[in-house]
Design a protein around this ligand. Structure first.
Ligand code: BEZ
Length: 221
């Protein structure tokens, strides 16, 4: 283990699990100091990290996050960026993106100079880099439970269709108590949870779903 991360911090990283609570934190951001729980209120949050300000792939990603910001807002999702750069660096980079690309970055960005948030969420993957976070995306629901975690390396930018698709799939699954199949898109049929008893399995064949077999049924929602 490196000198940068003690055993407790490392164990803390491993404790973030899908379906479990995310740790609350207070952090300085470009929109002032934010306490996650208070700032999020009853909304979803996408907390994401980028390796560093003023780097090209991160710049394309920031513009892509800005590009889906309206769609996320329609879905009750707030965006929160994070890197280990300073507030001044974030401000300068956001202004630079506006100047070079005419794109407004309107979401807050954490200045995680002490790596507190990055370590709390396991964003520092030392084999990749010990001084900057990887490209992580945490989907946090209104009950502050971690629902999906996407991790990308330093040299591959994220897929923003997938980020929106995951939000849609999670919210559809919650709303209708269903599951979303491979490559599901809004408007596609969803999976009806399989029966849990032999009696229910027999009955399933007669249900008004698109039933292929007792364990495999779809419906339109
Ligand atoms: C980039 O955003 O271009 C980048 C950042 C860190 C490592 C490699 C690429």
């Amino acid at each position: 283990m490196s000198e940068h991360m003690n055993e407790q911090e490392n164990a803390g990283q491993a404790m973030l699990q899908l379906g479990g609570p995310v740790p609350d934190f207070e952090a300085k951001t470009t929109h002032g100091t934010i306490k996650l729980s208070e700032w999020a209120g009853d909304q979803w949050v996408i907390l994401f990290s980028h390796p560093a300000d003023f780097t090209p792939v991160c710049t394309t990603e920031f513009m892509a996050f800005a590009g889906i910001a309206d769609e996320l807002e329609k879905r009750n999702v707030k965006l929160l960026g994070n890197s280990v750069d300073s507030i001044y660096s974030h401000i300068a980079w956001v202004r630079n993106i506006k100047q070079n690309f005419d794109v407004d970055i309107n979401f807050p960005i954490i200045a995680d100079l002490d790596m507190k948030v990055s370590k709390l969420f396991g964003m520092i993957h030392e084999p990749s880099a010990d001084t900057e976070p990887i490209r992580a995306v945490f989907f946090i629901d209104p009950e502050r439970k971690l629902r999906t975690m996407l991790l990308y390396p330093l040299n591959v930018g994220r897929n923003f269709d997938e980020i929106l698709r995951v939000v849609d799939a999670l919210q559809t699954a919650d709303k209708h108590a269903v599951a979303c199949p491979a490559d599901w898109r809004p408007g596609d049929k969803v999976i009806v949870p399989p029966p849990k008893t032999t009696e229910q399995a027999a009955q399933r064949m007669n249900e008004d779903y698109d039933v292929t077999d007792w364990y495999f049924s779809k419906k339109q929602v």
